[in-house]
Design a protein around this ligand. Structure first.
Ligand code: G1P
Length: 302
């Protein structure tokens, strides 16, 4: 695959920042999301946004910015200290619970929140994080996309970045009739895992799609994407699309796709969200050990 010497390892900045777009209204989950952000929906016992945070941390991210909007204050509270609860759990000797609530707590100053203010699309959400991103490459994680695997998805992508530099997106194959739900890439050289990206198109019809390789909500992007997004060009659905901005970087910077090795759950849909809950419960060996037989029983009953 082509290397651009400009992105040789000597000059490559490590990925230390992550942007979490979390401004969406979550209308698909109403009424559950009337007063609660969709990012706080739990898969078993942990909110979606915390899975994304944990994945980022496992990939070496040290600074986290959430792009939120009205009604999202629960996300802020979730990653803050909860003095009374912590004191109460400590007084009761509930060390395991304390460990759970502290597991994802960032250090003071590691976390920031910006408001998107207008629902102008994913590209706009990323652009809203520009003063935080500054001139460094950064990761973007969409909490709706939950990727379950032995190695966290973003960690694998950082390894790709450390070799190739530039921009990296996560990919998976989707049925041809589903291309209109995703950003789709135009693939070049493809070794079965890594794919050189020649082009990208947001939500193309089946007949216009350059492939069936779809973008999963994980990105490593160069800061130049912010300049492109600043133009505010509207794309599919009348929104400022991240995919369109990425297309403008193709050719001037290395651009690779990485087929994910894990299983992706689309937690932006009810079915995907339910599947994730069942799949994550099935992997637990605590009191949820009974879930397999419970599910079998339910299948017989209903
Ligand atoms: C967004 C992106 C799309 C990507 C998808 C992955 O779409 O715009 O390119 O394939 O996330 O989940 P959305 O699902 O927000 O419509």
């Amino acid at each position: 695959m082509d290397e651009n010497p400009q992105f040789g390892s000597e000059h490559m900045k490590p990925i230390k920042k992550a942007v979490f777009p979390a401004g969406g209204l979550g209308t698909r989950f109403l009424p559950a999301t009337k007063a609660m952000p969709k990012e706080m929906l739990p898969v078993v016992d942990k909110p979606l946004i915390e899975y994304a945070m944990d994945e980022a941390r496992a990939a070496g991210i040290e600074e986290f910015v959430f792009v939120t909007g009205r009604g999202k204050v629960a996300i802020q509270n979730h990653f803050d200290a909860h003095v009374e609860l912590e004191a109460e759990l400590a007084a009761r000797g509930k060390e395991d619970m304390l460990a759970k609530i502290n597991a994802s707590k960032p250090d003071p100053g590691q976390i920031a929140f910006v408001r998107q203010m207008q629902p102008l699309g994913l590209g706009h959400a990323v652009w809203c994080a520009r003063t935080f991103v500054k001139d460094e490459p950064f990761a973007v994680l969409l909490a709706d996309d939950l990727v379950n695997g032995d190695v966290p998805c973003l960690h694998e992508m950082v390894e790709v970045y450390n070799t190739h530099g530039g921009n990296v997106v996560a990919l998976m194959e989707v049925p041809e009739q589903d291309t209109s739900k995703y950003g789709i890439v135009d693939p070049g050289a493809d070794d079965g895992r890594l794919v050189e990206i020649k082009g990208l198109v947001e939500k193309p019809n089946r007949e216009d799609a350059p492939s069936n390789l779809a973008i999963v909500g994980r990105y490593i992007l160069q800061p130049e994407i912010i300049d492109v997004l600043s133009k505010g060009t509207l794309g599919a659905g009348g929104e400022i699309q991240l995919t369109d901005a990425m297309l403008e970087l193709v050719g001037s910077q290395p651009f690779h796709g990485m087929r994910i090795s894990g299983r992706r759950f689309d937690c932006g849909t009810k079915l995907g969200f339910l599947e994730a809950n069942v799949a994550y419960a099935l992997q637990r060996d605590d009191e949820l050990g009974a879930v397999r037989s419970s599910v079998a029983q339910l299948l017989e009953e209903f």
